[in-house]
Design a protein around this ligand. Structure first.
Ligand code: SF4
Length: 358
């Protein structure tokens, strides 16, 4: 059991962050915000994938009308992501933003940061102070310090200034594209600040490399109890970010949204064409919400043990699969019917558990 760091709590619309709330999974739209229909369609798809808070960029004033329409119709709380122009942030508070994300290091002056904070206070919404390696507080930019310390010092100086003005509905992030720098900066923040932390490795890369970097970085932090909301940054469909975020939480047994799949890596002993079977089972399990454990195993070495240990499992033999449910063999099925037979059993269990929960 991971002991989580205690923090203050903020509300982003209906979703709580920090203070013991479940770690919320976020993503960010990559549509043109001026096109509210396309952005809302993407937000709906993200919500279906399990996204709980969505961030939308407001790059310029032309995006403000679309942003307002998005906030009015979004199924998820919408965070306005603003760089450079503080007036956009102030306007976003009036258009229904559930939270702002700013980097005070690129807003221009501390007076402008103060104006944004005042608008957020009037709207009753929290603000994420999102420091990145690319835009640190000016006084730390040229110091000969490790990046993590510069990120940390920048975030702390902004938070102290804002808290000094009486505003503490803050969420903090200090991301780098380096896993080590990200982990170090968050460890420092977790020791120094009472605010919930939004964790992520920024600009982590494409599907494979970004998933690995995010899993390592976020995995280390989450295992240490650090992190109250997360975003996996991938150069890919944002829905993939959500899937990976949930997989990271599930791998650490922190939160689970779909069944757990145990599948063998296959080897020379494998007696069925296991990879497409496991992929198809995984695809179908993603739409289910019951926390069951499903095993798909390729031969008799570890197969029966894992299949028996799962709620529903298949241990394959030569061109066949032995179907298990709760440790008991139910029947033998031909290879071509493994997926259907396994999923029929999982769905039956899913129905029973859902009825039992009513
Ligand atoms: S279960 Fe069998 S096929 Fe799968 S990896 Fe283990 S030994 Fe190989």
């Amino acid at each position: 059991m991971i002991e989580r760091r205690h923090t203050r709590q903020v509300a982003v619309g209906s979703v709580k962050i920090g203070g013991g709330a479940p770690i919320a999974v976020q993503s960010m739209t990559n549509t043109d915000t001026r096109d509210s229909a396309a952005t809302l369609a993407q937000i709906t798809r993200l919500a279906e994938a399990g996204c709980e808070i969505v961030r939308v960029a407001i790059p310029h004033a032309d995006a403000l009308p679309g942003f307002g329409e998005i906030c009015s119709a979004s199924p998820l709380p919408v965070v306005a992501d603003i760089h450079f122009d503080h007036r956009l942030a102030i306007e976003a508070t009036r258009l229904g933003a559930a939270k702002l994300r700013i980097n005070p290091g690129n807003i221009g002056s501390i007076d402008r940061v103060d104006a944004v904070i005042e608008a957020a206070g009037e709207a009753g919404i929290p603000v994420r102070i999102g420091v990145n390696a690319g835009s640190l507080a000016a006084e730390y930019e040229d110091r000969d310090w490790p990046l993590a310390e510069k990120l940390f010092a920048s975030a702390v100086s902004f938070c102290e200034h804002i808290a000094g003005r009486g505003f503490e509905d803050l969420v903090v992030s200090a991301k780098a594209s380096s896993v080590n720098a990200t982990v170090d900066s968050y460890r420092l923040l977790a020791n120094a600040l009472p605010y919930p932390l939004h964790i992520g490795v920024t600009e982590a890369g494409t599907s494979l490399s970004g998933t690995v970097k995010s899993s390592v970085g976020l995995g280390i932090l989450l295992a240490e109890g650090i992190g109250d909301t997360l975003r996996v940054s991938l150069t890919a469909d944002p829905a993939e970010e959500v899937t990976v975020g949930w997989e990271i939480l599930a791998a650490l047994d922190i939160r689970r949204r779909s069944p757990e799949l145990v599948s063998c890596p296959t080897c020379g002993r494998c007696e069925v064409d296991m990879v497409p079977i496991a992929q198809e089972v995984e695809r179908r399990l993603r739409t289910m919400r019951t926390p069951v454990k499903v095993a798909v195993m390729g031969c008799a070495v570890n197969g029966p043990g894992e299949a028996r240990d799962a709620d529903v499992g298949i241990a394959s033999g030569k061109g066949v699969g032995l179907l298990f449910r709760h440790g008991q063999v139910i029947r033998k099925v031909p290879e071509a019917e493994i997926v259907e037979a396994l999923m029929a059993e999982v769905e039956a269990l899913d129905r029973e558990l859902s009825q039992g929960a009513k």
